[in-house]
Design a protein around this ligand. Structure first.
Ligand SMILES: CC(C)(COP(=O)(O)OP(=O)(O)OC[C@H]1O[C@@H](n2cnc3c(N)ncnc32)[C@H](O)[C@@H]1OP(=O)(O)O)[C@@H](O)C(=O)NCCC(=O)NCCS
Length: 165
């Protein structure tokens, strides 16, 4: 498997829309494209992370095919905390792609920002992600019950952390 992490640009709007409007991808994801304009909002947000030194998101290409995205955002200078995230089109799940792509992304962001801890919040029902982050070395810090409301229903989130140095 030949994995590359590449910069996002305007040519990727269709791909962003395809991924972040797919029901299986957005089920437990923090952002959703309801229409094509939302893909533009997401691309602007990726660019803002880089321009304001808050993080960096890359598209993932496997053997010349775009499969998903991995990245970092919301860097907090004072604490060195940085949020991570990732998504794959469902036909590419279960092949260990993020397990390979995440360490590459991590090495790159460590060259850009003085990161101390990678953090994320994962819905307790997002079993695929919880299994994956364990394999990536994250620790579960705590479960926050009724952390948010989604479509009128309370959801529980697991806060996870990966110390880096
Ligand atoms: C999270 C995600 C990227 C997983 O990536 P991946 O490269 O498929 O991860 P892995 O191949 O290591 O698989 C992780 C686990 O998910 C399981 N899995 C794979 N496909 C699955 C599916 N269709 N349904 C449920 N679980 C699945 C795998 O069996 C694996 O479990 P195992 O370790 O017991 O074998 C992918 O599930 C995804 O894009 N989810 C939607 C977006 C999302 O929720 N992102 C995280 C937000 S915090």
């Amino acid at each position: 498997m030949n994995i590359s992490l590449l910069e996002f640009s305007e040519v990727d709007l269709d791909f962003i829309y395809k991924g972040l409007s797919h029901p299986d991808v957005i089920k437990y994801y923090g952002f959703q494209c309801y229409n094509f304009d939302d893909a533009i909002i997401e691309l602007d947000w990726y660019n803002k992370q880089v321009n304001e030194q808050l993080g960096h998101w890359w598209k993932i290409q496997v053997d010349n095919e775009l499969v998903g995205a991995v990245g970092f955002n919301h860097f907090i200078k004072e604490s060195g905390e940085l949020e991570c995230g990732f998504w794959l089109l469902p036909e590419f799940w279960g092949r260990g792609i993020i397990k390979q792509a995440f360490p590459i992304a991590l090495r790159r962001i460590q060259n850009e920002l003085p990161v101390k801890t990678i953090v994320a919040s994962v819905e307790t029902e997002n079993i695929a992600t919880l299994k994956l982050v364990k394999k990536l070395g994250f620790f579960e810090i705590k479960t926050v019950f009724n952390a948010e409301f989604k479509k009128g229903k309370p959801i529980n989130m697991v806060n996870i952390e990966l110390p880096v140095w």
